[in-house]
Design a protein around this ligand. Structure first.
Ligand SMILES: [Zn+2]
Length: 449
């Protein structure tokens, strides 16, 4: 998988023409706006104007700003890194940029040193990248961070997860304003690339590096989902992603002959097995909501490849499936099922796991975990209701939990429609500002554990 993605990225980078700031211009708010002159809102909006979309097969469907080329990955990462460096210096925080895989995928880490270096540190993680947009479905330009009369700030990444990243910094700024020079524990604030593409070019590789070990991370916070009520789900577990590419082999030849073992035959038998399995899972989800997907293994056929000409039987056909194993799934058992399906389909099938997440430990949400106590204290102070739960999608937290680092997913965006990856993604300015108080409290409680 690695070399494929390297090829995609390196193959599309064009030289030169790197602007110093975002290709999108942010309009200043009018003086009549209640948020005119609000520094926190201005910083958040500025971060939202960087179109940090990864290269994607749907990328040509995205309308880019005038003068920007679809393929200029550096165009988007470089100004973002510079912006984050400016933010770190305004907070008087040292900042390091790591490149665990390549120059196109920087990891930015700011550090607020603690008083007791013998204690493990706390990581506050968020991703810089966002998913592509289909601008024709947006009522506001997706990277202009426009604010409407209700105070809704529209932009791709407003919820997922640029708000989280800027709220960490705003929380620290609020603590410093109140005179907190240092907390007990060191706090690292990381901004990573590639999360939406699976994270192997971002946190997935960074956690394997000596640089990461040197950060001595003992606890981590990461992205959560907005909540439509005033209750917050603190995520402590997630399903495991397996992306499986099956290649069915067989006798090739003239399309007028009935050979015994064709790739088409084994392909149809194999796909039938997976679709039958999918059906049993689909039965389970009837009448369940999205969060209940935790206990369902989803199986979806996502890519088909093969064939050269209509009258030639191809020697191979490829089918790729996106599988998310339920949190309670037995991975060995599922592996045995896959092996059995291949055997039942004639056996002449090779398998390539594009992603095969190991079973990661769930983070304990109880009194034994000081991070859970810190969260509960914040909930009490801020009058919030928090409950542990499972996030339906996949996040970078899997990489942390796989190293036995307890990690919670959290979002202070309450009473907000869940619009991650959706058109017209927005956060209300008032909700964002309330989030600063929540993180001020939470970062303090985590730093004093
Ligand atoms: Zn995300």
């Amino acid at each position: 998988m690695t070399s494929v993605i390297v090829g995609i990225i390196l193959g599309v980078v064009l030289p030169g023409n790197e602007p110093e700031e975002s290709v999108y211009k942010m309009e200043e708010l009018p003086e009549s706006s209640p948020w005119y002159g609000n520094e926190e809102i201005r910083i958040f909006r500025q971060y939202l104007t960087f179109p940090t979309m990864p290269p994607d097969i749907n990328y040509s469907n995205c309308r880019l700003p005038p003068g920007a080329k679809v393929s200029q990955v550096n165009l988007f990462t470089e100004p973002t890194v510079k912006f984050l460096q400016q933010q770190a210096s305004s907070l008087d925080l040292p900042v390091s940029i790591y490149y665990p895989v390549n120059q196109e995928n920087p990891v930015v880490v700011m550090t607020w040193h603690g008083l007791d270096p013998s204690l493990s540190s706390v990581l506050l993680n968020s991703h810089m990248d966002v998913v592509p947009v289909f601008e024709e479905f947006w009522t506001h330009p997706p990277f202009a961070a426009e604010v409407d009369e209700e105070g809704r700030i529209f932009a791709r990444g407003a919820q997922d997860t640029k708000s989280i990243g800027m709220l960490y910094l705003a929380g620290i700024r609020a603590l410093k304003k109140r005179g907190a020079q240092r907390l007990k524990r060191t706090i690292h604030i990381s901004f990573v690339p590639d999360e939406e593409m699976g994270g192997s070019y971002g946190l997935g590789s960074f956690v394997q590096s000596a640089d990461f070990k040197a950060l001595k991370i003992g606890y981590a916070m990461d992205e959560g989902m907005a909540s439509e009520t005033n209750e917050i789900t603190v995520t402590n577990d997630e399903r495991c992603t397996w992306r499986i590419q099956f290649t069915c082999h067989g006798d090739a030849g003239h399309g007028s002959i009935l050979f015994d073992n064709t790739s088409g035959e084994s392909f149809s038998k194999l796909v039938k097995k997976l679709m039958e399995r999918r059906k049993t899972e689909a039965e389970k989800i009837k009448n369940l909501d999205l969060v209940s997907y935790a206990n369902v293994t989803t199986i979806n056929l996502t890519i088909l490849k093969g064939g050269v000409q209509a009258n030639v039987i191809p020697p191979e056909l490829t089918a790729t499936f996106d599988v998310r194993l339920a949190v309670n799934a037995d991975h060995d058992e599922f592996q045995r099922e896959i092996n059995q399906w291949i055997e039942d389909a004639g056996g002449n099938i090779t398998v390539n796991y594009l992603i095969k997440d190991p079973k990661a430990n769930k983070t304990l949400a109880d009194e034994k975990n000081p991070m859970w106590i810190a969260l509960q204290n914040t909930a009490k102070e801020m009058d919030l209701v928090i409950n542990p739960g499972v996030i339906p999608g996949a996040t970078d937290m899997a990489y942390l939990r796989a190293l036995d680092i307890p990690a919670f997913g959290f979002s202070p965006l309450v009473n907000t429609p869940v619009l991650m990856h959706d058109h017209d993604e927005f956060v209300k300015a008032s909700t964002y500002l309330e989030g600063i108080d929540i993180y001020r409290s939470l970062i303090f409680n985590l730093g004093q554990m």
